[in-house]
Design a binder for this molecule. Structure first.
Ligand code: GUN
Ligand code: FE
Length: 404
């Protein structure tokens, strides 16, 4: 039994976060057994009174294969893919490179307080398997997908439709355990044939599997989709090929008509909003008030390597900063990187908040010297998170060595 005396901020909803000052979090068999006010607690405890406990952070959209090209700048999506991303993803064909990259990436996730992530890997079966193997060695929790491209990609990255489908299905069947799962990952419509998208959608629906892709990030990309598929909208392409649904996560979703919002809402699809990436690539401003009003679920992703950092508190801040008019409040900032993302992943019964019976995926953050921990501290944590030190991280109750 682990008993930690500390202060807790617990996400409840986009408008509510509970503050539990001076409480004892008790952990047993990898789960939170109880959270008790210290005034009512009897028993031994470890002193973390100088810290704030949060549920482990969740990154809803991140590219493992792009970890090393963070900050390698091209000012628009399509040239950036061509010049920065594709040459780097090609390097993961080399297993040694892919293994070292995976390890560096996962250790960096942990050092940033992320305990669950939804990952795109390079378009090679072996690199995807390595991403799973290294995750398993380190005890990482994630959904991982091999990025699929069977057209309009450079030759070394191009897969046959059969290769893309066969290996995705193999990976899906192979990697299913309490820590790791597969997510079908057609990169985006311009690089995926109709046949590939339809077959992925059919299989995923039959097997209740998750799917991720990118949607309406950039005007040139949208024009390209129109040219290839000729449908009334980008969203309609995914809708017609069966890719929308309650286990579908769409990266970005910036430039959308009302008809497209209705398609997303009716299909219960979710959006991974990536504010840092959106402004890095000058993709545009996420229509947060319209998305919220339409009732479409959305969460936050780092989108590394178009995102510049793996730190989800930084991305929560960017979510506020990248709205020119709508003031995102701290309770929502916390929610979107924890419980909100867990709900999108249908994992809210086990992760996303610190509640009795949930997995003990938890971080402790120590504020800067002289800082008083009180109810308003959540706001300071959200806007000045970089001043806080990650002092501990627990994955299912196991304390992870952050010095590796
Ligand atoms: N659209 C298609 N592929 C990508 C990618 O790797 N990153 C981003 N940000 N958008 C994409
Ligand atoms: Fe992305």
């Amino acid at each position: 039994m682990i008993n930690i005396r500390t202060n807790v901020f617990n996400p409840i909803s986009p408008t509510q976060a509970d503050f539990l000052p001076d409480h004892v979090i008790s952990i047993e068999h990898g789960k939170i057994a109880s959270i008790t006010s210290f005034a009512e607690y009897q028993g031994s405890w470890e002193d973390c009174r100088n810290s704030i406990a949060l549920p482990g952070l969740i990154d809803l959209h991140v590219h493992l294969s792009q970890y090393r090209i963070r900050g390698l700048y091209y000012p628009a999506l399509l040239p950036w893919l061509e010049h920065s991303v594709f040459p780097e993803e090609e390097r993961s064909r080399d297993s040694d490179y892919a293994r070292k990259l995976s390890r560096d990436f996962y250790l960096a996730l942990l050092k940033n307080g992320t305990t669950f992530s939804v990952i795109y890997t390079a378009p090679f079966r072996e690199a995807a398997d390595i991403a799973f193997e290294v995750a398993q060695e380190l005890g990482i929790r994630a959904k991982i997908g091999m990025t699929l491209m069977d057209m309009n990609a450079p030759q070394p990255l191009l897969q046959s439709t059969d290769y893309a489908l066969k290996h995705s299905i193999d990976l899906f069947e192979k990697w299913q355990n309490p820590f790791l799962g597969y997510i079908f990952t057609p990169r985006f419509a311009p690089t995926c044939s109709e046949c590939l998208m339809r077959e992925v959608a059919k299989y995923a629906r039959q097997h209740e599997a998750f799917v991720q892709t990118h949607l309406s990030e950039n005007p040139d990309e949208i024009a390209w989709v129109k040219e290839i598929f000729g449908k009334e909208s980008y969203t309609a392409v995914y809708k017609d090929f069966g890719l929308l649904g309650p286990r579908t996560i769409l990266g970005h979703a910036i430039h959308l008509s009302d008809a497209e919002l209705a398609l997303l809402k009716d299909s219960s699809s979710a959006i991974a909003h990536c504010p840092d990436s959106n402004f890095y690539l000058k993709s545009g401003e996420y229509p947060l008030p319209r998305i919220s009003a339409a009732g479409i679920p959305f969460g936050l992703g780092s989108d590394v390597g178009a995102g510049t950092s793996l730190n989800m508190l930084y991305h929560a801040k960017l979510m506020n900063f990248r709205q020119s008019k709508y003031p995102v409040l701290p309770a929502e900032m916390l929610y979107r990187i924890t419980l909100g993302n867990a709900r999108i992943l249908h994992l809210e019964h086990s992760i996303g908040s610190l509640d009795g019976g949930k997995d003990a995926d938890m971080i402790l953050l120590t504020p800067p010297r002289g800082f008083e921990i009180k109810e308003q501290s959540l706001s300071q944590l959200c806007f000045s998170g970089e001043d806080f030190t990650l002092s501990r991280l627990y994955l299912q109750g196991r304390r992870i060595n952050l010095e590796q």
